[in-house]
Design a protein around this ligand. Structure first.
Ligand code: AHR
Length: 503
């Protein structure tokens, strides 16, 4: 089987915003406690943060981390997480039916972000709280001093303001599962008022209003239209979330579901335009895809805790999806979509970062390791920066219950002018056939291949564990070549690969 791709230097989509390789960390399960924070761990630093996790996160060069939720934020009092750690209150977390010790709060998280070299993206609680809490939190985090909240921050040990630019106006407010769930009008008005107050403090903030929790919500896409009609002039991004699953154990169909992501983005981009024109506005609003991943492996196991049958445990194992090889392909497809839609998707956060539906897993007192999906995320984050190329791809396709004519070969390409490199990220969805793929490089100087990484596995369900940490890992590829301005690469059945060319 054969596929062909044209990559032309002059056909570009957009400069990729680095923040599409962001991540998300919620006070949920063992994401914070035993994930990033475990004071008794042998690798813990003076602040109790796990050094092994820091190393794994640093390698990913994560540009931004969204915090503290998620559903958690909709009943969170940020003030519980400041001041002496031993005097902080334990609260019941209604979202996940657990207890929250508040040992980690904004100071600890900010220090951890500085250690791993990432920016904070903070969410305010628009579920159980509102404008007042948001303005106080903002003053605490960003005001230099000389006011009640900024002086309290200084008293609590942090002299300089953190100057956080990105602020989420609540989380998934369209979802009836959310504490303080609202309809689109109610939420739109609250979000607009909150945004106005936050901008009175600092006009340069980037504000993110809640879009739909997923494209199957009955309120989608009217939610987006209504919310944007209230908030368009006051916000910069609209947040979308989407999780993927292979519940029927039908791999071809599972891998075809990336088309839903395309349609979701396309619809919201159109809605943004509609509201923009209706308001005769000059400004643009973009998409912040601030929760995305595969999520289903742990659903059954989690029921016991979520239904409240375990009481109110602190940091129990929740949403601990153990990812397999086919999830590598799915995550590769999602990231390719974000690269191709970098014209409208300016922020995206893999949900989440550690232990909870995450690329990194830890054992209490034990090792930390990379799950299978760590690798496509790593390759895209490290090498997928620069400009997205408008590739023209021809590939044979297939039919599946949820999608028509899904191409076997999915490819995204980026041009990093500064580094003088091209990166191609390729997924072969074919179960049994290798596909000879030829990429015609037009308008680029003659190049040479400087890196070629391949992920394949005979068992789609193979996973990485504490004991077998590299069962699913990339291997150096061979056989790719450039000849007469054409890059040829063979894509084995069910494979992910990255090819980098120095030009
Ligand atoms: O990431 C897990 C949960 O998924 C988040 O808390 C919520 O926003 C979404 O429903």
């Amino acid at each position: 089987m054969k596929a062909s791709v044209i990559a032309n230097k002059d056909y570009t989509i957009s400069k990729i915003d680095d923040r599409v390789y962001g991540a998300f960390l919620e006070h949920l399960g063992r994401a914070v406690y035993e994930g990033i924070y475990e004071p008794d761990h042998p690798t813990a630093d003076k602040d109790g943060m796990r050094g092994d996790v820091v190393e794994l996160v640093k390698k990913l060069n994560v540009p931004v981390v969204r915090y503290p939720g998620g559903n958690f934020v909709s009943a969170y009092n940020w003030e519980d997480g400041i001041g002496p750690q031993d005097q902080r209150p334990t609260r019941l977390d209604l979202a996940w039916h657990t207890s929250e010790s508040n040992k980690v709060g904004i100071h600890e998280f900010a220090d951890w972000c500085a250690t791993v070299g990432t920016e904070m993206m903070l969410a305010v609680n628009l579920g159980s709280r509102g404008v007042d809490e948001a303005r106080n939190f903002l003053e605490y985090v960003n005001h230099p001093g000389g006011s009640y909240w900024s002086d309290l921050r200084i008293k609590n040990g942090r002299k300089e303001p953190w100057n956080v630019k990105l602020w989420c106006l609540g989380n998934e407010m369209d979802g009836p599962w959310q504490v303080g769930h609202k309809d689109a009008d109610e939420y739109g008005k609250l979000a607009a008022n909150t945004a106005r107050a936050m901008r009175m403090f600092d006009k340069s903030l980037e504000l993110i209003v809640c879009g739909s929790s997923h494209s199957g919500m009955p309120t989608f896409p009217d939610w987006e239209r209504t919310v944007l009609e209230h908030t368009y002039d006051h916000v910069d991004h609209i947040s979308l979330h989407m999780y993927f699953a292979n519940r029927e154990d039908n791999t071809p169909n599972y891998l075809a579901t990336s088309h839903k992501l395309d349609r979701y983005i396309e619809t919201v981009a159109a809605t943004i335009k509609q509201v923009k024109f209706k308001k005769r506005s000059k400004k643009d609003v973009y998409i912040s895809f601030d929760e995305w991943n595969v999520w289903y492996h742990s659903n059954k196991k989690d029921r016991e805790i979520l239904d409240g049958n375990s009481g109110w445990p602190h940091a129990p194992g929740l949403l601990e999806d153990i990812y397999n090889f086919e999830d590598v392909l799915m995550v590769g497809l999602i990231l390719n979509t974000f690269i191709r839609r970098s014209d409208v998707v300016k922020i995206a956060c893999i949900a989440q970062l550690v232990n909870v539906i995450a690329p990194i897993m830890t054992e209490k007192g034990g090792p930390a390791w990379a799950q299978t999906i760590y690798y496509p995320y790593y390759f895209a984050s490290i090498f997928g920066r620069g400009t997205a190329l408008q590739l023209v791809t021809s590939s044979p396709g297939y039919e599946s219950p949820d999608a028509d004519d899904t191409p076997y070969v999915d490819v995204a390409g980026t041009h990093d002018e500064e580094a003088g490199t091209l990166s191609f990220f390729l997924v072969n969805r074919h179960p049994t056939e290798s596909i000879e793929t030829e990429v015609s490089l037009q308008g680029f100087a003659t190049g040479k291949i400087i890196d070629h990484q391949v992920m394949t596995h005979p068992d789609l369900k193979a996973v990485n564990t504490a004991k077998k940490q590299e069962e699913v890992a990339p291997k150096k590829g061979d056989g790719a070549k450039i000849d007469g301005g054409k890059l040829s690469v063979k894509l084995p059945p069910y494979s992910y690969q990255m090819v980098r060319v120095k030009i």
